[in-house]
Design a protein. Structure first.
Length: 162
């Protein structure tokens, strides 16, 4: 089991709580946790981050396919289960089309395929206009947590040296 991080985890970290300039320990922890096999994401999330042409894009590019894992046969085998569930829920067609074309679809498919935990800032919502990762996770029995829950579970510590 590993944690699979949604793009919003990286983006919000960069823009708010764990900016590169004042909390490099967060980014170091991600790399270390990845090295221990605990944290990663999907290539589609990496592509979204790299499109930003900023410090986060540079960081994501440096992590490469080791951190942002390409789609494999197991994920491809799980993808029809995810798309079938989405199609059966009565979401608006535009919401379905969007979801099936973005990284969220591949993130949930990878989590389902590998029995991984999705990490996202999204929260479940009853709307049929936008498909939220937590709704799909609940529907498919995939565990999801917030970044803060992940950090607590993993006992991450960002402590200043004496």
């Amino acid at each position: 089991m590993a944690y699979l991080l949604d793009a919003n985890v990286f983006i919000q970290a960069k823009n708010l709580q764990y900016s590169f300039d004042f909390c490099p320990a967060f980014w170091d922890w991600l790399v270390q946790a990845h090295g221990n096999g605990r944290v990663r994401s999907v290539r589609q999330v990496g592509d979204e981050l790299e499109a930003g042409a900023d410090e986060l894009a540079t960081w994501a590019e440096a992590q490469g396919d080791g951190f942002f894992v390409p789609t494999d046969a197991a994920v491809l085998a799980a993808a029809p289960t995810v798309s079938a569930w989405v199609l059966q829920q009565g979401f608006e067609p535009a919401a379905v089309n969007t979801f099936l074309q973005v990284a969220d679809f591949w993130l949930v498919s990878a989590a389902l395929a590998g029995n991984h935990v999705v990490v996202t800032h999204e929260v479940a919502s009853p709307t049929l206009r936008r498909i939220k990762i937590p709704n799909v996770c609940v529907g498919l029995g995939v565990e999801f947590v917030s970044p803060y829950q992940m950090l607590r579970r993993e006992q991450a510590r960002f402590v200043l040296a004496p």
